[in-house]
Design a protein around this ligand. Structure first.
Ligand SMILES: [Mg+2]
Ligand SMILES: [Zn+2]
Length: 212
């Protein structure tokens, strides 16, 4: 019996690729966020498995097929691999909110499934996302949660803060989150409470103006 190991969970839209209000329905519409691929390579160098956990209700809403989604993920993984990074597995939830599944974030189902399949120590794992739902799923699973200001992040500071308070890190983008993860793995805490507070107050004043 091998020891459990921590993992890094990444949301997809708004973390790895640019978020789209119209949904990302094909590879043509998939645009990597600057530094995301390089950061995934850096995170791979920690030796921890990396999992993508993504809500893709567009599937069950009939906006794209599972094949379309798998095609996007195959190409995404190829691009990451080409740069020397490794994503162990992509978990997706195809369900619409009214289906009340246990995998659509804020439910923790995808993280729990990965933990079971790969013997993951969730308490020492990380969840990186741009939405309060990512943070809530992580909290349920027991991970340390990092909210990014890319994607929908700026609009999610208040709801995330509301639900998790200071038990949450704030990062500018996935590269900044990687710094926090590596520091924590080295036993050092990165205090982002001031950042989070600034983001929160700036978010209240203007939904757009905040930059770290
Ligand atoms: Mg997202
Ligand atoms: Zn689901």
């Amino acid at each position: 019996m091998t020891d459990k190991q921590p993992a890094i969970f990444l949301d997809r839209d708004g973390v790895i690729n640019e978020n789209s209000a119209e949904h990302v329905k094909s590879w043509d519409e998939f645009q990597f966020i600057p530094n995301a691929i390089r950061t995934i390579r850096e995170l791979s160098e920690t030796g921890l498995p990396i999992f993508v956990v993504t809500n893709q209700a567009a599937v069950n809403r009939g906006l794209m097929t599972i094949d379309d989604l798998n095609d996007i993920h195959t190409r995404m993984l190829d691009a990451v691999t080409a740069e020397g990074g490794k994503i162990t597995k992509v978990y997706y939830c195809p369900h619409a909110p009214n289906e009340k599944c246990n995998c659509r974030k804020p439910e923790p189902g995808m993280l729990l499934k990965a933990a079971e399949e790969y013997n993951i120590d969730l308490k020492h794992s990380f969840m990186v996302g741009d939405a309060w739902t990512d943070m809530a799923a992580g909290r349920e699973a027991g991970t340390h949660n990092i909210l990014l200001m890319t994607g929908r992040g700026r609009w999610n500071v208040a709801p995330a803060w509301d639900r998790l308070g200071v038990d949450l890190s704030a990062a500018m983008d996935v590269a900044d989150a990687a710094y926090i993860i590596k520091e924590r793995l080295a036993g050092r805490q990165v205090n982002t409470t001031d950042r989070l507070k600034n983001a929160f107050h700036m978010g209240l004043r203007s939904q757009d103006a905040w930059v770290l």
